[in-house]
Ligand binder design. Structure first.
Ligand SMILES: O=C(O)CCC(=O)C(=O)O
Ligand SMILES: [Fe+2]
Length: 201
């Protein structure tokens, strides 16, 4: 066992009310390069609508959902049907067993085509994730800034660089007390694919 969430030297990035740990070198560069091109090529990417303030708008990114069952997953008001596990995703799910004890059932993929694709402030706190979900977020491709702030006072707290092959684990009360976003950036950047492994019930 390489390292584990529950006895690791990688420190908690949150000062209180949750646990968030970054492993910058989860995947080796060659492996991450291969997974990125395989996923961009083979995943049936879709741009889904989302409801915002009573209006239907298109998400500024492409998405896909893979998982154990055909049970649809409701995410920010949209229903997504899971596709069956394919190789890079199944391999990564297996490798995550060395980092956290959660049995992940699904992985949500987000494809940010360039710096204009983004994800706004949110918490991953849908009822189907349970009370204190562990979420494992694997990043491939262009490095992007991931921001975390406290849900109650909204003060920007943390700017994390999520690089190629990194793993960010958000656990314990993180999704209750903290929210996160991936802002747009004017810097010219290549594509990025992010995988968030989740346990749904
Ligand atoms: O792309 C990222 O790093 C964030 C993704 C995310 O927050 C989510 O899928 O809920
Ligand atoms: Fe999220």
């Amino acid at each position: 066992m390489q390292s584990s969430l529950f006895n690791s030297e990688n420190e908690n990035l949150l000062p209180f009310q949750g646990k968030t740990i970054l492993y910058a070198d989860f995947l080796q560069k060659e492996e991450a390069d291969r997974f990125l091109s395989q996923l961009i090529e083979a995943v049936p990417w879709r741009q889904e609508p989302i409801w915002m303030f009573g209006k239907k708008v298109m998400q500024p990114r492409l998405t896909a959902l893979f998982g154990d069952t055909e049970v649809p997953y409701s995410y920010s008001g949209i229903q997504m049907e899971a596709l069956k596990w394919v190789d890079p995703l199944a391999l990564i799910r297996e490798k995550l067993k060395d980092y956290c004890e959660t049995e992940f059932t699904h992985v949500l993929l987000n494809y940010y085509r360039d710096g204009q694709d983004s994800m706004g402030w949110h918490r991953d706190n849908e009822a189907s994730l349970g009370k204190n979900p562990t979420i494992a977020s694997v990043s491939l491709g262009a490095s992007r800034t991931f921001q975390i702030r406290h849900y109650a006072n909204k003060a920007p707290k943390l700017n994390l660089e999520l690089g190629h092959g990194s793993l960010l684990i958000m656990a314990e009360e993180s999704q209750h007390f903290w929210e996160h976003q991936l802002p747009k950036t004017k810097k010219v950047l290549g594509p990025r694919v992010n995988l968030t492994f989740r346990k749904l019930s």
